[in-house]
Design a protein around this ligand. Structure first.
Ligand SMILES: [Zn+2]
Length: 274
């Protein structure tokens, strides 16, 4: 079976065809290059507006890294056309396999991004003999896609938490969906101020905020204030650690007060250090 047949099976494009496949690289690090060409009479598509536009010129050949085959690097090679677009000006054409300006194909980007969930980014880069930068770009692409396709309907329970990052009290505010059927990170914001959480609610939208039924957080004051203001209808579940800390403190104050009073009245202060 030829490589072209496999490619047409896993990644076929309407307006492009696979041409010559050849070995490049050297004995120690062999690579495969697959030439890509546009179909005859196929008009290029403007990457700005997504419409068919007349061609303008052609740029030099570019290599786009594809998913490796048996550990052998595979590259698609194509000389992109530029279009003369009445709305966008001179633009590079849209290439359905490309990930913007990145030198990776979308297919490889998704491949690396899915491995980067299981391995560290560094390990992913090492295992597939690519750069940390490529893994980073792939994760970035996957996150951008995920953000653009995120479905926020039906969120009823959220949890708000802060984490410290770096040294010197730098915080991030994290908001999770914690419904029984769906647990996921929804949003991250810098710092843990009132305006941080206000930004979340602005992003989440007033209508969805009104539909929240449960909100879980610790007793950090700025959060409490914003939650009361933006989703006062929701049951606010507070974390056990802070509740118990406050409870113990209050209990101790009462105990100390009682000891004082017992002493003052001439009784044996039985509650001392108890
Ligand atoms: Zn355009």
């Amino acid at each position: 079976m030829q490589l072209k047949i496999i490619l047409n099976r896993v990644q076929k494009f309407k307006s492009f065809v696979y041409k010559l496949v050849r070995w490049v690289g050297n004995e120690a690090a062999p690579e495969l290059e697959v030439e890509v060409a546009e179909r005859a009479n196929g008009k290029p598509v403007c990457s700005g507006c997504g419409r068919h536009r007349p061609g303008y010129d052609r740029l030099a050949k570019r290599r786009f890294e594809f998913v490796p085959l048996w550990g052998i690097k595979v590259f698609l090679v194509y000389a992109p056309r530029r279009v003369e677009c009445p709305s966008c000006g001179i633009r590079v054409e849209q290439m359905p396999w490309a990930m913007g300006k990145r030198p990776l194909t979308r297919a490889y980007g998704w491949f690396l991004a899915s491995w980067a969930r299981r391995l560290s980014w560094k390990e992913t880069a090492e295992v597939f003999r690519t750069s940390w930068e490529s893994v980073f770009r792939s994760v970035e692409m996957a996150v951008e896609w995920g953000r653009a396709h995120q479905d926020l309907s039906g969120v009823q329970a959220i949890g708000i938490d802060e984490i410290a990052w770096k040294k010197g009290h730098k915080y991030l505010t994290l908001v999770y969906q914690i419904d029984a059927h769906c647990k996921r990170l929804l949003w991250i914001g810098k710092e843990r101020k009132m305006k941080t959480l206000l930004r979340f609610f602005r992003w989440f939208g007033a209508e969805r905020s009104q539909q929240l039924r449960y909100i879980c957080s610790d007793m950090w004051k700025p959060y409490l204030k914003v939650i009361a203001k933006k989703a006062g209808q929701a049951v606010h579940v507070l974390d056990r650690f802070h509740i118990m800390a406050h409870f113990s403190k209050a209990l101790n104050e009462v105990r100390a007060g009682e000891v004082k009073e017992l002493k003052a009245k001439g009784y044996e202060p039985v509650l001392t250090k108890s």
